[in-house]
Design a protein around this ligand. Sequence first.
Ligand code: NAP
Ligand code: MG
Length: 493
Amino acid sequence: MPAKTSKRIPARELLFGNLWEFDPAPETAAPHIDSRYQLFINGKFTAPKSKKYFDSISPRNEEKLAEIALASDADVHAAYSAAAAAFPSWSKLSGAERGKYLYRIARLLQDRAREFAVAETLDGGKPIKESRDFDVPMAAAHFFYHAGWADKLSYAAPGRTLAPLGVVGQIIPWNFPLLMLAWKLAPALACGNTVVLKPAESTSITCMKFASILIDAGLPPGVVNFVTGAGETGAAVVNHPLAKKIAFTGSTGVGKSIQRALAGTDKRLTLELGGKAANIVFDDAPLDQAVEGIVNGIFFNQGHVCCAGSRLLVQESIASAVMSKLKMRLRSLRVGDPLDKNTDIGAINSKRQLEKIRELVQSGVDEGAQCYQPDCTLPAKGFYFPPTLFSGVSLSQRIAREEIFGPVLSILTFRTPEEAVEKANNTPYGLSAGVWTDKGSRILQMSTELKAGVVWANTYNKFDPTSPFGGFKESGFGREGGKQGLLEYAELI
Ligand code: NAP
Ligand code: MG
């Protein structure tokens, strides 16, 4: 009998025949990006004392978008001085008055939502449908939520009084630039603190555009200050003597160096660091929903997500069924121009990140895991990487241990719930996890045993301003969001 041959047929062709294709659907709203951005200190756009600027390019096509001011130690000092001068009157405003500013900021951001979404996509490379439907609305939601807290602080800790800390220094990463800014600014301002914030070097544009919203909202000068630059600027923010608290989101390596720098000082610290989450699929899970959850868990924002479900743990009896469904689904993902409304996977944020992903993927191949990538044509210019699955992965391999921070899924199998918990917890990280099963009791048991700050059940990557987010172990400490996140910005007296 002749051997059966199977030709791989893309899912779109199965459904619509091979002539069917999407037309390009670029988002056309103007991003209003200036050619040069200064620092934002004491309510004014201020040229850097360093007189230096660096380029912000678009990972979409490697074109220069704008020049960004490089803040020196002297500029960071000016920002802290402005924040310290603004603190007495800002902290004495009634909560209701502070809340009005936050509501105004949230509404102004909503008014300019499309413009901000396009700017975020151009600067960072994420698909427009994500910046439009997730980043910008969630950023506004954080301001609305914390506006509501501003005049109700006494309910956050009954019987106690919440006092602001003073000037807080905040440092954010490049994967959710505007959203991380909102996570940091909104609770700090609601509690009556003033702020010096540094965005990531490769994604400063929406932060600097946000300064114009603060001006339009009439926020008093000095309450919020933005200093742009790279790691040295971040270190100057961390080490400034006027800082009462540092809030950092970024890599575990830099987080550890900040913790060392602050040891022995009276500055408070919260760290939101990396992750290597397990997304665990049991044999009784609804498989089609689970496959959608796996895809969302690892390919959302090109996998540049600290809580990405980057390790799939699938029960052995359904491993091959899940694998073939996943391969089928990957063939229908659209990779390419992030400005196109149909794009599922956009551009990798920077050349450096693309090189890091390539290196880790090569290590997976060298260490013997099986690599699968669907056929897809990547744009000639810009930084792109195809969605990638690794099967036959063992816990000792780098792709199972290190954060890849790209569209790469490592697939491991397990037989019993105990083995799933053991493998899921076998990592220095502990930010998030996912559980897919039909049994409520199993969800409760797994969520108790998994050492992760967030455990999603039969869903993944769900966020809400009311829900605290943060890590265990080397994923950091402190929470953002909810009442717990608010309390990180106040002294209880
Ligand atoms: P990163 O290299 O640690 O950078 C984070 C921020 O710190 C950037 O603004 C960076 O500036 C700045 N920085 C660099 N060196 C510094 C230093 N010595 N002192 C003070 N600040 C310094 O991380 P990333 O590559 O931007 O972001 C990716 C990482 O963030 C991943 O590991 C991811 O898991 C983590 N992350 C965690 C969460 C969470 O909530 N747990 C959320 C998002 C991302 P430049 O970029 O300008 O150099
Ligand atoms: Mg950029």
